[in-house]
Write a protein that binds this ligand. Structure first.
Ligand code: BES
Ligand code: ZN
Ligand code: ZN
Length: 477
């Protein structure tokens, strides 16, 4: 169950309470007993870490969360999220169900970051556990004079969307195949009241999506291609904002099969798809006045009787030919078809999200994503700012033509791999061949999935991408 945030006008006297402070001296006399105060003063030392002091008043607790951050910008929001993760561990240990929260001397945005993280930190993927120990936290009451009801609604919606994104990423392929993921998208669209169309294999063949069909050729499950649309009457944009997500529901590598343990986490290879679908869901549910379309090509990538092979030359949706020289570089093949397909929407800007390359992970690790853009310098900076706010940060890589030379093919227009170097960029250069509008490419291979608990991002699918895309839509208002 997902905890729900509710606005209150005043804290009540006998409920579990969290007070966020910059300094314990900000606490007024009425908040604590004399004994509690002197305890705090005695144990007070100057430090830069977040500290949690908890007082057991028998029928409830008071938690003083001392966030002593030197940060003043968006990094302070991240300190708030990390502090919230810590407090949620305390609440869990005490099986606390309802808690009220107030904040002293920090602004509203800090409170929002803290609240968001309290919900995100409570996430667990328990579907396959026979014995479930369900998360106890149910209601979070927030007290702040400036907090608006619609902001609370938005927080609840974006957290719900992030939960759904994580759920999809955490589902293994023996449940979430290409058909099932399209059904999940239908459920999202119906729930949010937006339109959706799912193309089956026949339609994909008719559209000559050679990339998606090639990657799918080793599979027993047909591919799907989903288009979701949210077009509010009061949209501020005349041309749609289009999101494209890589929907490889499982990546074995194909005939270039992944070895060692490099295949283990590859159910996450549809994290881009989950992000773009759940972002659209959140934008629609929040009634944000922005016209958005999300597109997902989906298939698994595996060896099979008829699997595509190295040396194959395939013709893509836009007519270009590609020489396949590694079946594990499959993401760019299915994305290429989607990117040329969305041309018909005459987009204002297209943003694709993809767990595309190990090269991106080696370059910058799992704390951020790699981003590139063509003719979208302004939008890119806007998006980077959104990423700083949500702490889904973007490191810009170039799309210089020097890298384009690395994917020239001897017998086709281009090949699907470059050399040993600059793999994230050559993948971007490959995609660029299929774009003809302002475009941003985000490689989320590093941050999309984690194999050990990473604060409020959790374990497994982190939900990376949902929040930044919602923030980006809001920034267009
Ligand atoms: N899905 C992988 C990329 C990936 C790696 C995602 C690590 C998440 C974590 C992608 O399809 C892939 O296999 N890329 C290859 C490309 C290479 C063959 C050119 C890679 O990065 O090794
Ligand atoms: Zn691959
Ligand atoms: Zn892949």
């Amino acid at each position: 169950m997902i905890p729900k945030i509710q606005k209150i006008f005043q804290c009540s006297p006998d409920l579990d309470t969290i007070i966020i402070v910059k300094d314990i001296n900000d606490l007024s006399k009425s908040m604590l007993t004399k004994a509690e105060f002197s305890y705090l003063k005695k144990n007070h030392e100057t430090h830069s870490e977040t500290k949690i002091h908890s007082f057991n008043r028998f029928d409830y607790h008071v938690f003083i969360v001392e966030v002593c951050s030197k940060n003043t910008d968006e990094l302070l929001f991240e300190d708030m999220r990390k502090a919230a993760f810590k407090i949620v561990q305390n609440l869990k240990a005490l099986k606390i169900k309802n808690v009220q929260l107030s904040i002293l001397h920090y602004d509203l945005q800090c409170l929002q970051a803290f609240l968001e993280s309290m919900v995100l930190s409570s996430y667990e993927f328990t579907k396959y556990k026979t014995e479930k120990t369900p998360n106890s936290l149910e209601l979070i009451f927030a007290e702040h004079a400036l907090l608006q009801e619609n902001e609370v609604d938005e927080l609840n919606i974006v957290c719900d969307a992030t939960y759904r994104c994580r759920d999809m990423v955490n589902e293994p392929v023996n449940y979430l195949d290409a058909i099932k993921i399209s059904e999940e998208f239908i459920e999202l669209a119906q729930n949010a009241g937006c339109s959706i169309e799912v193309f089956n294999k026949k339609k994909i063949e008719a559209l000559k999506m050679g990339g998606l069909l090639a990657v799918n050729s080793g599979s027993k499950t047909p591919p799907t291609f989903t288009v979701m649309e949210y077009k509010p009457k009061n949209a501020v944009n005349k041309k749609p904002l289009v999101f494209v997500g890589k929907g490889v529901v499982y990546d074995t590598g194909g005939l270039n099969i992944k070895t060692g343990n490099s295949m283990d986490g590859m159910k996450c290879d549809m994290a881009g798809a989950a992000a773009v679908a759940t972002a659209l869901y959140a934008i629609a549910k929040s009634h944000i006045a922005v016209w958005v379309i999300s597109v997902v090509p989906a298939t698994d990538n595996r060896p099979g009787e008829n699997a595509y092979t190295n040396g194959d030359v395939i013709r893509m949706h836009n007519g270009k030919t590609v020489e396949v020289l590694n079946t594990d570089a499959e993401g760019r093949l299915i994305l290429a078809d989607a990117l040329s397909y969305v041309q018909k929407f005459k987009p204002q800007c297209v943003i694709d999200l993809a767990t595309l390359t190990g090269s991106a992970v080696r370059a910058i690790g799992s704390v951020a994503m790699v981003g590139m853009n063509k003719d979208a310098a302004k939008e890119f900076i806007l998006l980077q700012n959104c990423g700083n706010k949500t702490h889904e940060r973007i490191v810009e890589f170039p799309l210089w033509e020097d890298y384009g030379a690395m994917i020239k093919s001897d017998i086709a227009d281009i090949k699907n791999i470059g050399g040993a170097e600059a793999g994230a960029i050559t993948a971007g250069k490959f995609l660029e061949h299929f774009t003809s509008y302002p475009w941003i490419h985000l490689d989320i291979a590093g941050p999309a999935f984690t194999s050990s608990v990473d604060s409020y991002r959790g374990l497994g699918g982190t939900g990376w991408g949902t929040r930044i895309l919602v923030e980006f839509a809001k920034s267009m208002l």
